[in-house]
Ligand binder design. Structure first.
Ligand SMILES: Nc1ncnc2c1ncn2[C@@H]1O[C@H](COP(=O)(O)OP(=O)(O)OP(=O)(O)O)[C@@H](O)[C@H]1O
Ligand SMILES: [Mg+2]
Length: 387
């Protein structure tokens, strides 16, 4: 509970990103991605987790929609099968078009293999209502179903006079599925022929970028690679100070900078830490409020980190812990392996490969580092047991 004035409303959201959230900068990236889409150029938008890709593409799509484009957002996070890809694509098209009658009719006509079903909750507006899909009678499944949906999308795009833009978020997740190679080839064969702009988004940078930079892969050189840079720290600090001020709290520029640098300016953590600090500070934010906020942030994130660790092998956890405590030039240096009890070079090689693939570690400024700055602090502070 706030110890400050009860009427002050916390300006920082804790929920999933909403387009109505206060937003800091990124005008240039927004313009570039919009321009690529207008030119029907495909793009790959990549950066570490929690750095603002989804928020950015949603804003890009909002602008394009205001210009009349049809913007379809599909999230492949947690995708489990080829049928699931087909469902998500069809569902996203119906959800986007359902409030525009002519478009919706066109979508329903084009996507024959699925029928939209709407969960009409009286508390939700028409735009918010959930749109599900059910398989039309006599329809196929697996690769045939995906092929049918992709063909239908082609028809829908062909019949649309408007620009059609697809954002495929966490696109690299398709590589985790059985028949991944076939799926990638099929998606490419159709997307290549679609007169639409696609943005492929992902946080597992190595996996995603390899799809577009490996000569033997279908999507090779099919898209412009756009690495999302960090928001400049000064800009983020001013933004945060302004949000505090908008609710009558004082957050001096120095304190705002301290807050931002404590989480290496990762937008998700800036927002969450600012939210916590706002909640627990008096009318003027102090350095101590930020320090306390960091402790709480680490505590709040703990279940998430523990969840991630459940899927890791002991050797991988040990490597993360070692790198957090001692960023290093060579993981395979004998001293480093010995000091952190990482076992054999072979084991460490396997762990490094997996951690790079999951985008949990990266090599920058001549050293290996943990990608997520809060995970790094948590690993340093906590005795994480590798086994
Ligand atoms: N430019 C920004 N200004 C203010 N807040 C931002 C900005 N960008 C992102 N955020 C905040 O950070 C949160 C995380 O952003 P977002 O979900 O877009 O990251 P992401 O890169 O897509 O993460 P993930 O890879 O985990 O999906 C958002 O909910 C939003 O509140
Ligand atoms: Mg995202």
């Amino acid at each position: 509970m706030s110890r400050g004035c009860m009427k002050q409303k916390n300006p920082f959201f804790l929920k999933e990103y909403s387009i109505d959230e206060p937003y800091c900068g990124r005008n240039e990236e927004q313009k570039d991605l919009g321009d690529y889409a207008r030119e029907l150029k495909h793009t790959v938008l990549y950066s570490p987790r929690r750095t603002g890709k989804t928020a950015l593409i949603k804003r890009v799509q909002k602008t394009l929609s205001q210009e009349g484009a049809v913007c379809i957002y599909v999230d492949f996070f947690g995708v489990v099968s080829v049928d699931d890809i087909a469902v998500r694509l069809a569902q996203a098209v119906f959800a986007e078009t359902r409030s525009r009658e002519t478009l919706f009719r066109r979508a329903v006509k084009a996507i024959e293999c699925f029928r939209p079903i709407t969960d009409n909750n009286p508390l939700q507006s028409e735009k918010q209502a959930d749109t599900g899909v059910e398989l039309a009678q006599g329809q196929v499944s697996g690769m045939d179903l995906l092929e049918s949906v992709l063909r239908s999308l082609g028809k829908f795009i062909y019949e649309s006079s408007e620009l059609v833009h697809f954002a495929l978020d966490e696109f690299q997740e398709i590589t985790t599925l059985a028949k991944a190679e076939q799926i990638e080839t099929l998606l490419h064969d159709h997307i290549h022929r679609h007169a639409a702009a696609y943005t492929f988004i992902g946080s597992r940078r190595t996996v995603l970028c390899r799809m577009f930079t490996t000569a033997s892969r279908p999507f090779f050189q099919e898209a412009v690679l756009v690495e999302l840079p960090g928001v400049p720290a000064g800009k983020m600090a001013s933004f945060i100070a302004r949000q505090f001020a908008s609710q009558g709290k004082i957050c001096d520029p120095e304190i705002a900078e301290q807050l931002v640098s404590a989480v290496s300016c990762f937008p998700y953590y800036c927002r969450k830490l600012a939210c916590i600090v706002f909640e627990y500070s008096h009318n003027e934010v102090t350095a101590e409020d930020v320090e306390n906020g960091i402790s709480l942030l680490l505590m709040y994130e703990e279940p998430f980190f523990e969840g991630v660790f459940l899927g890791l092998a002991p050797g991988q956890i040990a490597l993360l812990r070692a790198i957090a405590r001692e960023p290093v030039k060579s993981i395979f240096a004998k001293d480093f392996l010995r000091r952190h009890r990482l076992g054999s070079i072979g084991g460490a090689q396997g762990a490094r490969k997996k951690m790079v693939m999951l985008d949990m570690i990266e090599f920058r400024q001549q050293k290996w580092w943990i990608v997520d700055p809060v995970l790094e602090q948590w690993l340093v502070k906590n005795r994480v047991h590798a086994c």
